[in-house]
Write a protein that binds this ligand. Structure first.
Ligand code: SF4
Length: 216
């Protein structure tokens, strides 16, 4: 009888397989949260996206890019939300010829109701201990950053790509990083992956910040 280990896919591929399993649970969570407000997951995603940028009006092109869908698909979701009174379209302050989308009071109230259904994925992550959660967050930041830098997803909203991020500038091991926007120190577990105050650093600054971040 052979004692060889069974042939298996390379580790990165098996990790991707694991992430796909988690994505399945997350899609179920999304459906559950969306049903709370009588929305589809795409409509809920649009609502979260525009709420995170409020009061800045988001263009259809930006919404579609964040969702990873075509502009007609994003437009359908926006139109449905508009009919339900959860978003409104208005001329952009930056460009009066462009139309942007903002969330309404009704949309905000609905969004807060969906927060009452955090879902199975959040519960599963909460089952990890504090150190495991921090390591997982750091690994996710690195994977997301790689996807962003290769153009697979848009660069946005993470400390690692933000012009206000100052990694490892404090001696305190619990809070080594600094956010120049709020002028405060923070620690690894407070790294943001969806910060509304994020402003994308230029490529040279992003590269330098990343080197400082990963090298400690
Ligand atoms: S503004 Fe937000 S994304 Fe930027 S460093 Fe501060 S917390 Fe991080």
């Amino acid at each position: 009888m052979s004692t060889d280990a069974p042939a298996s896919r390379p580790l990165p591929a098996r990790i991707a397989d694991g992430l796909a399993r988690i994505a399945t649970a997350m899609r179920a969570d999304e459906w559950q949260a969306a049903e709370v407000g009588g929305l589809t997951p795409t409509q809920l995603h649009v609502l979260r996206f525009v709420a995170g940028r409020d009061p800045v009006a988001m263009r259809v092109k930006e919404i579609a890019a964040d969702l990873g869908v075509t502009q007609p698909t994003a437009t359908d979701a926006i139109s449905a939300l508009e009919r339900k009174g959860h978003v409104r379209r208005a001329a952009s302050q930056a460009d009066r010829r462009a139309v942007g989308v903002t969330i309404t009071e009704s949309g905000l109230a609905l969004l807060h109701r969906t927060y009452d259904a955090p879902g199975a994925t959040v519960a599963a992550v909460a089952g990890l201990d504090r150190a495991e959660q921090e390591r997982l967050l750091l690994s996710l930041v690195k994977v997301i950053r790689n996807l962003q830098e290769t153009g697979a997803i848009p660069i946005q909203r993470m400390c690692a790509t933000c012009r206000h991020f100052r990694p490892h500038v404090h001696d305190d091991a619990a809070t080594p990083h600094h956010c120049a926007f709020v002028d405060a120190a923070f620690g690894p577990r407070d790294l943001r992956v969806d910060c509304r105050e994020h402003e994308t650093a230029d490529p040279a600054a992003r590269a330098a910040t990343w080197t400082a971040f990963v090298n400690g």
